[in-house]
Design a protein around this ligand. Structure first.
Ligand code: PMP
Length: 420
C-alpha cells in the first residue's frame, strides 16, 4: 500500500483550486463522453496537452517553419535557435551535464532500440549477460532479447514479489563480471512500482556493467537527476510528458556516446563524406540522421517550461495524495483485486473485478465517461506473474481530482452490479 504523505511534501502539494486552474489549460478535458463529463485516467498511456503546447505547434507552422542546421536565412536560423534551446531545456530537466548528451528520438522505444543496436552490437558478445526485470514494458525487453539472439548473449530477469517490488537479493545474485548491461524501468507502467534505481545502478557499476533506465513513467511524475542516479543511459517519451507524440529523448553519458557507432546513417550525422570515407559528426548529431521532428522538439520544450513552472516535486506530491485516496477507496470494494501494492508507487492503479473481464470493465467505464486502459499494458510477463490475462488500469495526472476518483469508484460499482 502507498505510504502516508510526509508533512513536508504535503506543503509542497497542489491545492484543489490550483488543480482546477491547471485543468482549464487542457482543452480536451472540457468535453463530454456519452453525455457524461470526460474523466481521463489513461495518463500512463499518454497525457493530454496544455494549450501552450498546442499553440506552440500552431505558431511554429504558422510563422516559423524552416529546416534546422542548414539554412542561412532567417526562418531556418530562428528554428535552429528554438530547436537548440529545447535541447538545453531537456538537459536542465534531467540535470544532464551537457546538452550534447541529449539525443532526440521518436520516443522511449526508439531510444532503447538505439542503445541496443549501437552499444549492444559494438560491446556485447557471446556469453555476456544482460539483466532486465520481470516488470519491464515490452520496449525494454524485446530489443535486448533480440540482441541476445543475434550475439549469443544471455538475458537474465530480476524476479518480483507479490507486491510488485523487484527482489533485490535476487538482483545482486544475478550480477557478475559477465553482466555487461542492466536495463530497468524507473517506474512500472503496469503496476506503478517505483524501483530503487539509484542503488541498483551503483551495484551494476560495481561489477562493471552499464545501466539504461527506462524513464517513460517517471519523468512526468518526479524530478529526475541523471547525475545523481549516475545512469549511463536514460530514455523518455515526450507524449507522456504533456508534449507531442513522435518525439522522445535518449540521454547518454558522453564517454559512452563517443564510443558508440551511429544508429542510422544519412544527412546531418556526418562531418564529411566522400566515396572513400565518411567521418561522423560528434554526439548528439551523430545519432540524429535526417531532418528531425522540429515542431515536436520545440513544443516539447514548451511542455517542459509548463511543468517546471508548476514544479515536478509538487506534481509528484499531489499525485501521491490522489493515489493514496484512490487506493483507500478501491480497497474498500471486496470484488476488486489490486495488482501492484508496492511501498513506493507512482499514480497507477491496476485492478481486476471478480467475474468481469478487464476489457468489459474498460467498455463499461467508457460508457460512464471514464477512460482507463484495459489489457496487458505491453507487459505480458507481468500479467503472467500475477496470473491474470489483463488488468484495468487507472493512471493519474495532476489535472485529476478526487471527484475523478469518486466517479471511477461509482463506475466500478456499476460493473459489479452487472456481473454479480
Ligand atoms: N517504457 C514504459 C515503462 C512505458 O510505459 C512505455 C509506454 N507505454 C514505453 C516504454 C514505450 O514508450 P513509447 O511507446 O512512447 O516509445
Amino acid at each position: 500500500m502507498s505510504q502516508p504523505v510526509l508533512e513536508e511534501t504535503r506543503n509542497l502539494s497542489l491545492s484543489a483550486d490550483e488543480v482546477l486552474k491547471l485543468r482549464a489549460d487542457f482543452p480536451v478535458l472540457r468535453q463530454q463522453v456519452y453525455g457524461k463529463p470526460l474523466v481521463y485516467l489513461d495518463n500512463a498511456a499518454t497525457t493530454q496537452k496544455p494549450q501552450v503546447v498546442i499553440d506552440r505547434i500552431t505558431d511554429y507552422y504558422s510563422h516559423e517553419n524552416g529546416t534546422v542546421r542548414r539554412g542561412v536565412y532567417k526562418l531556418s536560423e530562428q528554428s535552429t535557435l528554438a530547436f537548440d534551446e529545447s535541447r538545453r531545456k531537456v538537459a536542465r530537466l534531467l540535470n544532464a551535464p551537457s546538452a550534447a548528451e541529449v539525443i532526440f528520438t521518436r520516443g522511449t522505444t526508439e531510444a532503447i532500440n538505439l542503445v541496443a543496436s549501437s552499444y549492444g552490437r559494438a560491446f556485447i558478445g557471446a556469453g555476456d549477460e544482460i539483466i532486465v526485470s520481470a516488470i519491464e514494458h515490452h520496449a525494454n525487453i524485446v530489443p535486448w532479447q533480440q540482441l541476445c539472439l543475434e550475439k549469443g548473449a544471455i538475458l537474465k530477469v530480476i524476479p518480483v514479489n507479490d507486491d510488485g517490488e523487484l527482489i533485490q537479493d535476487a538482483y545482486e545474485a544475478l550480477l557478475s563480471e559477465r553482466t555487461r548491461l542492466v536495463a530497468i524501468g524507473h517506474v512500472s507502467n503496469a503496476l506503478g512500482t517505483i524501483n530503487p534505481v539509484k542503488a541498483m545502478i551503483e551495484k551494476a557499476h560495481a561489477v562493471g556493467a552499464v545501466v539504461l533506465v527506462d524513464g517513460a513513467q517517471s519523468t512526468p511524475h518526479m524530478q529526475v537527476d541523471v547525475q545523481e542516479l549516475d545512469c549511463d543511459f536514460f530514455a523518455f517519451s515526450g507524449h507522456k510528458l504533456y508534449g507531442p507524440t513522435g518525439i522522445g529523448v535518449l540521454y547518454g553519458k558522453m564517454k559512452q556516446l563517443e564510443a558508440m557507432p551511429p544508429y542510422q546513417c544519412g544527412g546531418d550525422m556526418i562531418h564529411s563524406v566522400s566515396f572513400e570515407k565518411t567521418v561522423f559528426a560528434k554526439p548528439p548529431a551523430k545519432f540524429e540522421a535526417g531532418t528531425p521532428a522540429i515542431a515536436e522538439v520545440i513544443a516539447l520544450g514548451s511542455a517542459i517550461d509548463y511543468l517546471q513552472a508548476i514544479g515536478l516535486g509538487r506534481i509528484g506530491a499531489y499525485e501521491h495524495e490522489l493515489l493514496q485516496y484512490a487506493t483507500e477507496r478501491i480497497s474498500e470494494i471486496p470484488e476488486v483485486r489490486l495488482i501492484g501494492t508496492a511501498n513506493e508507487k507512482a499514480g497507477i492503479l491496476s485492478f481486476t473485478i471478480k467475474g468481469a473481464h478487464p476489457h468489459d470493465i474498460g467498455t463499461i467505464l467508457d460508457r460512464e465517461g471514464i477512460a482507463v486502459r484495459a489489457g496487458h499494458h505491453c507487459a505480458q510477463p507481468v500479467m503472467e506473474r500475477f496470473h491474470v490475462p489483463a488488468t484495468a488500469r487507472a493512471s493519474f495526472s495532476f489535472y485529476n481530482t478526487r471527484e475523478d476518483v469518486d466517479a471511477l469508484i461509482r463506475a466500478i460499482h456499476v460493473v459489479i452490479q452487472l456481473f454479480s
